[in-house]
Ligand binder design. Structure first.
Ligand code: CMC
Length: 395
């Protein structure tokens, strides 16, 4: 049994080579295909970011137009999806619904199920990126008992999502450029993050040769957990709880609970496996948070104030300093999403929508690698030694 290296949680094992995303955790640096996240957030939109992740470089103006057009050609989903959706309880968690909907896409595209065929992968990539906003918005509308809104291809990727979320047949949604831009930035910041749990899940799932939709559905399922994508929802719920108990004055007491290892309480939106410095995405998210709250006249938003006070106190506390725990992207993204009007339960769905391109880029990279093999971890066996089955009356 000593043949294999034991590395629970992959703390020191590289499961793959990759040329997509680079993180320097000590410096707090994040690069997509070499470009710093700060520059991408400032100069590019999500469609350009998708092109960059999928095709390894930023698009020219005409490539961008072509790519965006291709995506908008696929924004609708098959009408049958509505009937599938109706089987869910209206109060189902949107991530439960989304896991099902994305998995169900595999049943519609029989022309592109072969993950080993580059053309099949390409069209599946476009379909997934195009349809995720539609599915997330459908899950929301269903939970509200409102009619679904068809996508509007004249709108931007983020603008169309806002339209499908908040428009109704009797009142079209007036897309606010500030909110559209903020949402686009959320998408860019969440687009990829190298070999995190959900991405590794997509790779492992795809390595068996399953179809691309099934592999992405596995990623959605993994992202749901509170230690991963579910942290944005958990972070906002945590802020709500502290606020309900008295707000800023209760931070000290809350931090004491977090430091008590028996309490089981964590500071959600803090800490990261790779970043041992400020998560660069959290900085950009905080900036966006300021812009959105100003646009909406919510500068005095008590939750944002609470979040800033909590961050300040935590960053000065020995417990967090010694463990190098800093805010991660999810600390502020919930406040932005909430200000936009996205319900807390849908936060992780928005994350999934944005991460889809990263999952696909990573999946394509793996399948395109001539050395790729089915992912098959080994184990160190700790169970019973060989023994004989006793007859039922002698057990
Ligand atoms: N609050 C309190 N203590 C923490 C926290 C936190 N948020 N994060 C880590 N610690 C402590 C942890 O208890 C441990 O202490 P000790 O050394 O005394 O046992 C030490 O810091 C090291 O943490 P770890 O759990 O061994 O680190 P990890 O790399 O296994 O976990 C993490 C990383 C992100 C799961 C963890 O920091 C966490 O649970 N954070 C809260 C959830 C969260 O915000 N997740 C979002 C991550 S970023 C976006 C995404 O991936 O989706």
């Amino acid at each position: 049994t000593g043949m294999f290296t034991y590395d629970p949680g992959f703390l020191s094992t590289a499961a793959t080579q990759s040329a997509i995303t680079y993180i320097d955790g000590d410096k707090g640096e994040l690069l997509y295909r070499g470009y710093p996240i700060e520059q991408l957030a400032l100069h590019c939109d999500f469609m350009e970011t998708c092109h960059l992740l999928l095709y390894a470089d930023l698009p020219t103006a005409s490539q961008k137009e072509q790519f965006s057009k291709l995506v908008t050609n696929h924004t609708m989903v098959n009408e049958q999806m509505q009937f599938f959706l109706r089987g869910f309880r209206r109060d189902a968690h949107p991530m439960a619904v989304l896991t099902g909907l994305v998995g169900a896409l595999s049943s519609f595209y029989h022309d592109s199920t072969d993950i080993n065929n580059p053309q099949h992968r390409e069209i599946s990539a476009i379909r997934l990126i195009a349809k995720m906003p539609t599915l997330v918005a459908m899950a929301y509308k269903y939970s509200m008992g409102q009619p679904y809104m068809y996508p509007q291809n004249r709108l931007s990727y983020a603008g169309n999502f806002l339209h499908m979320m908040f428009g109704t047949p009797c009142e079209p949604y007036q897309v606010s450029p500030v909110l559209e831009h903020a949402l686009d930035r959320i998408f860019i910041l969440h687009a990829d993050h190298e070999q995190n749990a959900s991405t590794s899940t997509v790779r492992l799932c795809g390595s068996s040769g399953t179809n691309p939709f099934a592999a992405i559905a596995a990623g959605v399922a993994c992202l749901w957990g509170p230690a991963h994508g579910g942290a944005n929802e958990a972070a906002l719920n945590m802020l709500h709880d502290i606020q309900a108990q008295g707000g800023v004055e209760k931070i000290g007491e809350f931090i004491r609970q977090v430091k008590d290892k028996n309490s089981g309480v964590k500071l959600m939106g803090f800490g990261h496996r790779v970043y041992k410095n400020y998560d660069p995405r959290a900085k950009l998210m905080q900036e966006t948070c300021n812009q959105v709250l100003a646009e909406l006249g919510l500068e005095k938003d008590p939750l944002f104030k609470l979040a800033k006070a909590l961050e300040k106190i935590a960053l000065e506390d020995d417990y967090f300093v010694q463990r190098k725990l800093y805010p991660n992207v999810d600390f502020y993204s919930g406040i932005v999403q909430r200000a936009i009007g996205i319900p807390v339960k849908l936060f992780t769905g928005v994350f999934a929508l944005a991460r889809t391109v990263g999952w696909i880029a990573q999946l394509n990279e793996m399948i395109g690698d001539p050395e790729y093999k089915i992912g098959r971890p080994r184990q160190l066996f700790t169970g019973a030694e060989r023994r004989d089955v006793p007859p039922l009356d002698q057990r």
